[in-house]
Design a binder for this molecule. Structure first.
Ligand code: ADP
Ligand code: MG
Length: 338
């Protein structure tokens, strides 16, 4: 049974559809990521699941029950937002158990749950501190602990890591994923960051202008993008899209090699050394194309080079619709609906 199911959900603001016929499912105990550029409808979709917004049409199901017209409290789900508010005058422990106190949970039960949760989020040594005495990542963990202690089976997170620096973001996404798996929570996690989606998700729902562009595992979206939009959004640096012989083809920078013979003649425009690898911007038939090379690239701007890739690494898209060619659409639909 799916823990969360949205069926043709629509939500408009005035004449603009923020969420346009969205149908999706999250399996119990899985992590579903809603991914997409700013303004594509991720937060609105999450708020519809939470019950903070009412859909104009369509249904929202949680654990097999139609909750479309239930209040957020009746849905019994936990939520963490980008701007999590902690009470500055309360200790870490009091912040975490605040919701339990409001609900009248007994002291003994509160203490037992607090101990468990503090260990999970790694705050056992910091329970007496005030939020002002914590780092950003530690504060984020307090917010996380507060949602976990509710022991809701469904947890919704809206860009919970975007206020953190890169290193902490990396640590926290690993922790959240481990926690979700350990507790067997069903999680819907919103982000615009494709790296977070790729590293955390069981399945990714890529949204664009209120609609679902593609649903699949990270591997499916990366390896078999259904549209040119998905191809560019998933993977970094993005897939190259170039026109050759009247066709729109896509090749990932990591699938292009520099060769000494044969290949396509190109010229180096600029080189970015990242340490472990280098991103070389080239020009091929007057079109920009990125090439990823392991290690420190020995090429320099102005160099004439030759580029090659395997036929199997070429993706073809319609120049008019951007839809993937070659693969039958029925195959993509099968992946999209699981
Ligand atoms: P995302 O989270 O993907 O950035 P949102 O779901 O927040 O996108 O917003 C989707 C669209 O709906 C945007 O165009 C946004 O401006 C609009 N929108 C969101 N909330 C409201 C609101 N309360 N009133 C009017 N428009 C809104
Ligand atoms: Mg948002």
């Amino acid at each position: 049974m799916s823990a969360i199911k949205l069926d043709r959900v629509v939500k408009s603001w005035g004449s603009a559809r923020a969420v346009d016929e969205v149908t999706l499912e999250a399996e119990e105990g899985s992590l579903l990521v809603l991914l997409g550029p700013s303004g594509c409808g991720k937060s609105t979709t999450l708020r519809l699941i939470a019950g903070l917004e009412q859909p104009d049409s369509g249904t929202v199901m949680i654990n097999g029950a139609d909750v479309t017209h239930l209040t957020p409290a009746q849905r019994r789900i936990a939520m963490v937002f980008q701007s999590y508010a902690l009470f500055p005058h309360l200790s870490v422990a009091e912040n975490i158990i605040f919701g339990l106190r409001v609900r009248g949970v007994s002291r003994a039960e509160r203490d037992a749950r607090l101990k468990r949760v503090a260990d999970i989020v790694g705050l056992a040594q910091l329970l007496d501190r005030k939020p002002s005495q914590l780092s950003g990542g530690q504060r984020q963990r307090v917010a996380l602990g507060r949602s976990i202690i509710a022991e809701a089976r469904v947890c919704l997170m809206d860009e919970p890591l975007s206020n953190l620096d890169a290193k902490l973001r990396h640590e926290m996404r690993t922790e959240i994923r481990a926690l979700q798996q350990r507790l067997g929570m069903t999680m819907v996690y919103v982000t615009h960051d494709q790296t977070e989606a790729m590293t955390m998700a069981d399945r990714v729902v890529l949204m664009r202008d209120g609609r679902i562009e593609q649903i699949g595992t990270p591997e499916e979206l990366y390896g078999r993008p259904a549209t040119a939009f998905t191809a560019r959004f998933v993977g970094t640096p993005p897939m190259n899209l170039i026109t050759r012989g009247g066709k729109l083809i896509g090749i990932r920078p990591e699938h292009i090699r520099m060769v000494s013979q044969d290949g396509h003649p190109a010229r180096v425009t600029s080189v970015e050394h990242l340490g472990a690898d280098s991103i070389v911007l080239c020009e091929l038939d007057g079109q920009p194309i990125l090439v990823r090379q392991d290690g420190f690239s020995k090429t320099s701007p102005g160099d004439g080079i030759r580029l090659a890739w395997k036929a199997g690494d070429e993706h073809q898209f319609s120049q008019t619709t951007g839809d993937r060619l070659v693969a039958a659409m029925s195959e993509i639909k099968a992946v999209a609906t699981g």
